[in-house]
Design a protein around this ligand. Structure first.
Ligand SMILES: *Cc1c(COP(=O)(O)O)cnc(C)c1O
Length: 233
C-alpha cells in the first residue's frame, strides 16, 4: 500500500473513533485533504483511494493543480476548497475555479466573489474565518463583528453562506484544544438564532481533529497526516 493510502486509512480511523466518542454519525464529518505544496500526483493517489474533497492555500498552485487533476481524471468530480489568505485583487480565479472558500473575513472580498462567480457554476459555498484566539497577527473577523458580516454575506446573490472556520493557536493538550472549538460552535449557534441558516463548522487539522470533532466539526482540514511533512521553498 502507498504511504498516502495508508495515511488516509489511519486518518479515517481517527475520525471514526472521534465520531463514536462524540456519538455522531460518521457521515456528519467531511474529510478535506489539504494538498498544498504537494503535486497533482499526490491528489491523484488520494483520489484513487476514494478521497474527493481537496483544500489549497496558494492560488496559482491551486488553479494549476485543479487543471492538471481535471485533465487526468475527466470523469471524476472532485470538490476544491480554497483555505488560504485572499488578496482582494485575486478573487476572480477563486470564484471561477473553487467550490468552497473557507477564509472570507471581509465584506469587500465576499462582494467580489459574488460578482465574479460564473452563473453556470452555481453559488460558491462560503465559510467566514473567525479570529478565535484573539491574536493580533492571526487573520479572521473579530467575534464582535461576526454577526453583522454574516448578515451581509448571507444576502449576496451568488454565494451560499455555509458556516464558520477557525485556525486556533497550536495547543498540544487535547482538553485545551477543545476550548476555541467550543467557542466557534457557540458563535455559529448565535448566527442560527439570528435566523441565518448555516450548517458547517470548518475546524480541526492533523494535530487536533479529534478535539474538533468532539466539539462539532463538520469539516476537518487535514494535510500532513495524509500527505506527509511539507517543505516550503
Ligand atoms: C495547512 C493547513 C491545514 C492542514 O494542516 P495540517 O496540520 O498539515 O493538517 C489546515 N487548514 C489550513 C487553513 C491550512 O493552511
Amino acid at each position: 500500500m502507498s504511504t498516502i493510502a495508508g495515511n488516509l486509512q489511519a486518518v479515517e480511523a481517527t475520525i471514526q473513533v472521534a465520531c463514536e466518542a462524540a456519538a455522531r454519525p460518521r457521515s456528519t464529518v467531511q474529510l478535506l485533504a489539504v494538498s498544498k505544496t504537494f503535486p497533482a500526483e499526490a491528489v491523484l493517489e488520494a483520489a484513487a483511494c476514494g478521497q474527493r474533497a481537496f483544500g489549497e492555500n496558494y492560488l496559482q498552485e491551486g488553479v494549476d493543480k485543479i487543471a492538471a487533476v481535471a485533465k487526468a481524471l475527466p470523469d471524476t468530480p472532485l470538490e476544491w476548497h480554497f483555505i488560504g489568505p485572499i488578496q482582494s485583487n485575486k478573487t476572480k480565479p477563486i470564484a471561477v475555479n473553487f467550490d468552497w472558500v473557507h477564509t472570507v473575513e471581509r465584506l469587500k472580498i465576499a462582494q467580489r466573489l459574488s460578482e465574479q462567480r460564473p452563473a453556470e457554476r452555481g453559488p460558491l459555498n462560503i465559510c467566514l474565518q473567525v479570529n478565535i484566539s484573539g491574536e493580533a497577527t492571526k487573520s479572521g473577523v473579530h467575534p464582535d463583528e461576526l454577526l453583522e458580516l454574516a448578515r451581509e454575506v448571507a444576502r449576496l446573490p451568488n454565494l451560499r453562506l455555509r458556516g464558520l472556520m477557525a485556525i486556533p493557536e497550536p495547543e498540544a493538550d487535547p482538553e485545551l484544544q477543545r476550548v476555541p472549538f467550543a467557542r466557534l460552535r457557540a458563535l455559529a449557534q448565535d448566527i442560527v438564532k439570528d435566523g441565518i441558516f448555516i450548517d458547517t463548522l470548518s475546524m480541526g487539522m492533523s494535530g487536533d481533529m479529534r478535539s474538533a470533532i468532539l466539539e462539532g466539526a463538520s469539516i476537518v482540514r487535514v494535510g500532513s497526516a495524509i500527505f506527509g511533512a511539507r517543505h516550503y521553498e
